[in-house]
Design a protein around this ligand. Structure first.
Ligand SMILES: [Zn+2]
Length: 433
């Protein structure tokens, strides 16, 4: 540091302290980029020591008077206040820091770090991030001071607290700060000095199979709170995983969903499993897979996932092609020729579907266009056949069969010339994504 720039620092500090009372932390922060390997407190104190020497000399030379020294001493505290007391034999009352009101201290940072480490340990989180909420009035006072000093290299109070507390958590408790993927965020309320933890959820990539019918996705209840279906995927994942992670809740984000009475077989359906507020995070994938084995419902996970992946599964990916198997019953008998006609007709065929009557209560009316790429049939009896339908995701397959009173067109009923009913529906494949 050149003599010139040191002189500039001292003059700027003097100008600041003429006007604002500032503690070592808050003064040091104004010069944050000056002086490597120094805390703001050390820097602020060092600047005051230099200023002390400068003003003592100037007082002896008669450049500054008692009144001036008194003002600076009130605003900067030690060592200037001691100097004043020594020269004039008068006690002075130091003014509280204009920005922090003397709230900041090494002891405060030690206490915050200790409490934070305790909270992190309680939930077995080792990688953390510190966040601080600072009230508007403190921020405004801070901006006022740095605008007055005209310095471009000041640090914010928020940043100092984050850094100082983070540093101590690492040094004393061995927990690692992590800016990319923290397991938990320590949130400090500057006003009350309360600390709370925001535990980040765990996200797993996987697939599920549903081998039974009448299993809903989430718990469906009537207005009186009676469950409509005995079991749901949501309950399955909570039953199997909640305890092992000591979590609040397990949420599933699937790429589309099948009807309650449809099975999900074959490839299974992609999903992301979200573990909310886990107090225990280190469960290995083999154990999770063991826990997710089942007869009616089964799932497997194969790695970590992300929020971006959820957005993709719920958006883009849900339109990927699907393969269904439907058992169809017809009002009039159908023969092999009728079925051949179906196979010929439904090739790369666009289907127009007004929102199905069965869900019109829940959804607004809307015209959906999806394609059927191919249909394969197998006759099982005079009035029963099986159809494999390969189509776009989002196509209402039951409506494709019965026609939904003309709201879905063309439909299998329409092409056969007799009313057809879907008896059983299975999803066999969800295109690999
Ligand atoms: Zn302060």
């Amino acid at each position: 540091m050149s003599g010139k720039s040191l002189y500039d620092i001292i003059s700027t500090a003097q100008k600041l302290l003429e006007r604002y009372p500032l503690c070592d932390h808050c003064l040091g922060r104004q010069f944050a980029k000056k002086g490597i390997e120094m805390t703001n407190k050390e820097r602020g104190h060092a600047i005051k020591v230099f200023l002390n020497m400068k003003l003592y000399e100037e007082y002896q030379e008669g450049v500054v008077d008692k009144e001036y020294l008194r003002r600076i001493a009130i605003n900067s505290g030690k060592p200037l206040s001691s100097l004043y007391e020594k020269i004039f034999g008068e006690k002075i009352a130091e003014a509280p820091c204009y920005i922090c009101g003397d709230k900041l201290s090494e002891e405060l940072y030690d206490q915050l770090a200790e409490k934070a480490a305790e909270l992190l340990r309680e939930v077995n989180a080792y990688r953390f991030l510190v966040g601080v909420s600072v009230p508007q009035d403190v921020i405004l006072r801070e901006i006022e001071v740095s605008t007055f000093s005209g310095l471009e290299y000041s640090e914010s109070i928020k940043n100092e607290i984050k850094r100082e507390v983070g540093k101590r958590i690492l040094k004393k408790y061995g927990l690692e700060p992590d800016f990319e993927k923290p397991e938990a965020v320590v949130v400090i309320d500057y006003d009350t000095l309360n600390i709370r933890l925001e535990i980040n959820p765990l996200l797993f990539e996987g697939r599920y199979w549903k081998r039974g019918r009448n299993i809903s996705h989430t718990i469906w209840t009537t207005r009186d709170g009676v469950k409509l279906y005995p079991y749901s995927l949501q309950e399955f994942f909570n039953d199997r995983l909640k305890d092992v992670f000591e979590a609040d809740e397990i949420i599933i984000h699937a790429s589309g969903r099948e009807d309650v009475d449809a099975r999900m077989l074959g490839t299974g359906r992609p999903l992301v499993i979200e573990v909310k507020n886990p107090r225990f995070r280190y469960v290995d994938l083999d154990l999770i897979n063991e826990l997710l084995k089942g007869t009616l419902i089964e799932a497997s996970v194969y790695g970590e996932s992300s929020r971006t992946r959820i957005a993709y599964l719920k958006g883009e990916a849900s339109k990927k092609k699907k393969l269904y198997k439907v058992l169809v019953m017809t009002e009039k008998p159908v023969d092999e020729q009728d079925l051949a006609r179906i196979e010929e007709y439904f090739v790369e065929r666009e289907i127009r579907q007004l929102t199905p009557l069965r869900i019109l209560r829940r959804k607004k009316e809307h015209l959906r266009r999806r394609k059927v790429y191919k249909v394969k049939t197998r006759r099982l009896g005079d009035n029963v056949f099986e159809a494999l339908i390969y189509c776009d995701g989002g196509l209402y397959v039951k409506e494709l069969v019965h026609g939904d009173q003309g709201r879905t067109t063309p439909s299998i009923s329409e092409i056969l010339g007799t009313q057809a009913y879907p008896l059983e529906l299975d999803v066999l494949a969800v295109e690999q994504i």
